[in-house]
Design a protein around this ligand. Structure first.
Ligand code: FAD
Ligand code: NDP
Length: 551
């Protein structure tokens, strides 16, 4: 049901059950058996990704009878995969492995200058060192298949019934699904439903040739041929991560950004990430969007030859460039269109297709809940997992703990990663006012890379090979002055940002202040120790670029 027509109800039924102490499983069963005929299942979960798997296993652990539906529609390029959802098959896991492969490529230069007898490395081309795309894909896909298999085993051992079929609502308690082999429609009944259908990449259909010739993150990790010269369209997480690892794997990569990179993130850090990527060889083309993609014959060395017209909306200028691969990283759309939500009174936003939920992930249909990428919250695996687990615990384990969507840490896995938790400088200023904020900054060079003088690759193309990369690191704390300088934003650009940021996320959740950070003893020599004694404030106007040295 479209949002305007219905507002999610208050949590009255659930709260009444909890307060009368009948939210635990035995009393939950007593309640349901008092009503009309016992349904086939206590809970049906639609979607076997991060959120759905977590919710299904947790509910079953609390004794609920659970069925989980998971079905993957092939991408327009025909790519499909097994159980586990986006993260395992076409998201976090294959992405992180390709990122790692890219980091290895980037480290050849360092290795040579640290005594390894490697062929000389000139910018993008590592003469004598060859990367085999097919071998990388094989290793990545083996890991993906292994994980997907272990998910199936986990459902079995948790006694969750797994149904590999596309599910939809016939009514709030009746789920209809197709039998994959016979094609027949089948039905089952359930007391409650959790929708965890995630999303799929959005390809702008108004661009002629985009759906036909473009690929997305659904395809790149299993692409049978090397990508070759690649255009990535988009400027956010997926675009930058994909461009980052392809560049480090020595492909020629351009990124078409229609506005800004990493919208919603701290501007200074986002621009730092893009600057470092540009210095490593990624070509950023700003303020453009593709307007057509045409495949030209003959192919180029076995790779498609795609003629892309790029338009600058402001000037109307159109340029034509030729690529072997065009990756659309232009956002994702929740898989809610074919669930039959209107028929069961589930309210959703018709613009974004995201399902409306209240603070306990309950939809406007009382027995139907939703978690993960299909609700208007952060699209991150740990968020989907935690929300799914907590929901199942509330429904079947007597818990009252709600999901807290604040202070969620995240990392963009670009060559120099960007990790953060809490507010960006801009968000803090907007929320509390500029005067209420103290921002502390330090830009510095990572020790190991400064020793080898890792060069800018972009400038290598213009005969400036010996120019070093800009400072590789940016450490930043955003503090609230009238609250004892409580740290409300933590930002880190540098190597291993995911590892660095995770621990600091706990500190921010516990309310750490700038003085707590100052009292912390560093681990030397690391990049993370920079947070022990940040002294330069934005307000001072002093330079925050470190002069170098040790301690
Ligand atoms: P999903 O994992 O998408 O699972 C939904 C499942 O439901 C899918 O298998 C789908 O096919 C199935 N389904 C849909 N409709 C139906 C139906 N009607 N019947 C049956 N089955 C159905 N997050 C991070 O935290 N860290 C990262 O590093 C990271 N990297 C990412 C990289 C990429 C390239 C992408 C695309 C995403 C990345 N994410 C990352 C985001 C993360 O993958 C998602 O937030 C997470 O997978 C969402 O989980 P979910 O349970 O909501 O949905
Ligand atoms: P986002 O929605 O974050 O960003 C979409 C990007 O595409 C924006 O830069 C947007 O530009 C641009 N865009 C949208 N439409 C068009 C168009 N028609 N033409 C040109 N550009 C367009 O999507 P992503 O796909 O990057 O990521 C989806 C989510 O997945 C993320 O929000 C994140 O939560 C999750 N994710 C997490 C990762 C991690 O944890 N490391 C990694 C990857 C994904 P504009 O800003 O102008 O609108």
């Amino acid at each position: 049901m479209r949002r305007a027509a219905l507002v999610a109800p208050k949590q009255c039924t659930l709260i009444r059950r909890r307060s009368s102490g009948i939210c635990g499983l035995s009393s939950y069963r007593a309640l349901s058996s008092a009503a009309s005929p016992r349904p086939d299942y206590d809970l049906v979960v639609i979607g076997g990704g991060s959120g759905g798997m977590a919710a299904a296993k947790e509910a079953a652990n609390h004794g609920a009878r659970v069925a989980l539906f998971d079905y993957v529609k092939p991408s327009p390029q025909g790519t499909t995969w097994g159980l586990g959802g986006t993260c395992v098959n076409v998201g976090c896991i294959p992405k992180k492995l390709m990122h790692y492969a890219g980091l290895i490529g980037a480290s050849f230069y360092d290795g040579r200058h640290l005594g390894w007898q490697l062929p000389e490395v000139h910018g993008r081309g590592h003469s004598g060192i060859v990367h085999e795309w097919g071998h990388l894909v094989e290793t990545v896909q083996n890991k993906v298949r292994q994980l997907s298999f272990s998910y199936k085993a986990a459902l079995r051992s948790n006694k969750v019934k797994y149904v590999n079929a596309l599910a939809r609502f016939e009514s709030p308690r009746v789920i209809e699904y197709g039998n994959a082999s016979s094609g027949e429609r089948q039905k089952l009944t359930t007391d409650k439903v959790i929708i965890a259908v995630g999303g799929r990449p959005t390809i702008p259909e108004d661009i002629p040739g985009a759906v036909e010739h473009g690929i997305t993150s659904d395809d790149i990790f299993s692409l049978k041929r090397p990508p070759g010269r690649t255009l990535v369209v988009g400027g956010s997480y997926i675009a930058l991560e994909t461009a980052g690892f392809l560049n480090e794997l020595n492909f020629d990569v351009s990124v078409a950004v229609r506005s800004i990179v990493l919208r919603g993130f701290d501007r200074q850090c986002s621009e730092k990430v893009a600057q470092l990527m540009a210095e490593l060889g990624v070509r950023f083309i700003y303020s453009v969007t593709p307007i057509s993609i045409t495949r030209k014959l003959p192919d180029e060395g076995g790779l498609p030859c795609l003629e892309v017209k790029l338009r600058t909306p402001e000037s109307g200028n159109v340029v034509t460039e030729v690529y072997n691969t065009v990756v659309f990283a232009t956002g994702r759309t929740p898989e809610t269109a074919h669930l039959g939500l209107d028929a069961v009174g589930v309210s959703y936003d018709p613009q974004t297709s995201k399902i409306d939920v209240n603070d306990v992930e309950q939809t406007s249909a009382g027995n139907i809940y939703a978690v993960g990428d299909c609700i208007p919250q952060l699209e991150l695996t740990p968020v989907a997992v935690k929300a799914g687990e907590l929901l199942a615990r509330r429904l079947y384990g007597g818990s009252t703990e709600k999901m807290d969507y604040e202070m969620v840490p995240t990392t963009v896995f670009t060559p120099f990663e960007y990790g953060c938790v809490g507010l960006s400088e801009e968000q803090a200023e907007e929320r509390y006012g500029k005067d209420a904020i103290e921002t502390l900054l330090l830009e510095f060079e990572n020790l190991e890379l400064s020793a080898v003088h890792r060069p800018k690759v972009a400038t290598a193309r213009s005969d400036e090979f010996d120019v070093n990369l800009s400072a590789t690191n940016l450490s930043k704390l955003v503090c609230l002055r009238n609250d004892n300088n409580r740290v409300v934003g933590f930002h880190y650009v540098g190597l291993n940002a995911g590892e660095v940021t995770q621990g600091f996320a706990l500190a921010l959740r516990l309310g750490a202040t700038k003085s707590d950070f100052d009292k912390m003893i560093g681990i030397h020599p690391t990049d993370a120790e920079s947070y022990c004694g940040l002294t330069v404030t934005r307000r001072s106007g002093e330079s925050f670029v470190a002069a170098g040295g040790c301690g």
